[in-house]
Design a protein around this ligand. Structure first.
Ligand code: GLN
Length: 310
């Protein structure tokens, strides 16, 4: 049995269950009413092996865990030209900071809200419905199953996302966003509202870890060069102003989100996903981070943790 299939996820979940602290996000009603006690973890090897804890089928919205995949689709659909329109430097600031790259007016990176509003505007599609459709189809290919949008969450995020509207207007005034601000927020809000579960999100991570090929369905979803770019930017920017701390302790490229989801990609090895709604001050799941620490240590997954031979 592979290291993925034989990993004891039930014990991992029990080890982090007692970890206290964190607050559930309150930006929209559906997130505010999330079960703070939910914890689920799933692993998917790049060979297609799957391990999933008991609640790995419980649905939640992707929120910012969608950002690596929006970046991937934008890179694939523009043949890499998306890199001219969005930076790739970490900000050291919150995910919704009202700030663009100085001098260029571009969003700083695709993992913060400004960047994801922009990448979502770059995917194929002539209008909002076309881009929505492309994103849902692309995310479903990453997950290896047909995903759906939670319409109530999409509507609330579109209506209540004042900072996202502000960011879209700012990018529009800089000439970096070329669709209307409202269209940009509408598409991004729907992408954030796509429902997954830990198992599906782990398959999405494993597709990035597998160089853009879904290890469960065998489908090539994005080119290998795109997957490499996406995982690189997850490593430096995926946990916002907590990215340095995250890389030091977990050492795995990842993306956090306000639903309490985390998606991780270890190239050539596995994808992983965790969900636990209480968040720390940087918007990272407290128990998810603890689970990732343990997983990384148990399986020796830290990118810089290999024993030195000299
Ligand atoms: N939909 C959320 C927002 O735009 C996503 C933010 C996040 O998960 N960090 O505010």
């Amino acid at each position: 049995m592979s290291a993925v299939a034989s990993y004891d996820l039930a014990t991992l979940v029990e080890r982090v269950r007692g970890q206290s602290g964190g607050e559930v996000d309150r930006s929209v009603p559906a997130l505010a009413s999330a079960d703070p006690d939910l914890i689920a973890v799933a692993l998917v090897g790049t060979d297609g092996e799957i391990a999933a804890s008991e609640d790995a089928g419980v649905p939640f919205s992707l929120q910012s865990a969608v950002k690596p995949f929006l970046f991937a689709l934008a890179l694939a659909d523009t043949d890499g030209a998306a890199l001219d329109r969005v930076g790739i430097e970490p900000t050291g600031e919150a995910f919704d900071a009202i700030k663009l790259e100085s001098g260029t007016g571009r969003p700083p990176n695709p993992m913060v809200n400004a960047g994801a509003l922009l990448t979502a505007s770059l995917v194929d599609g002539h209008d909002v419905a076309g881009r929505d459709e492309r994103i849902l189809r692309g995310l479903s290919a990453f997950a290896g199953r047909s995903l759906e949008v939670d319409e109530e969450i999409a509507r609330d995020e579109h209506l209540l996302g004042d900072r996202n509207h502000a960011l879209a207007h700012l990018m529009r005034s800089e000439g970096t966003l070329r669709v209307t601000a409202d269209d940009a927020v509408a598409v991004y809000a729907r992408a954030c509202a796509v429902l997954v579960d830990a198992r599906a999100l782990a398959v999405m991570g494993a597709t990035l870890a597998g160089g853009g090929r879904n290890p469960v369905t065998g489908e090539r979803v994005v080119p290998a060069a795109v997957a490499r770019d996406v995982v690189s930017v997850m490593a430096t920017c995926g946990v916002y102003d907590g990215s340095g701390r995250w890389m030091r302790s977990v050492g795995i490229p990842a993306k956090s989100s306000v639903s309490g989801a985390l998606v991780l990609a270890v190239p050539g090895v596995l994808g992983a996903a965790m969900i636990s709604p209480p968040l720390d001050a940087r918007g990272t799941s407290v128990r998810g981070h603890a689970a990732a620490d343990i997983l990384s240590a148990d399986l020796g997954l830290h990118a810089f943790g290999r024993p030195s031979s000299v």
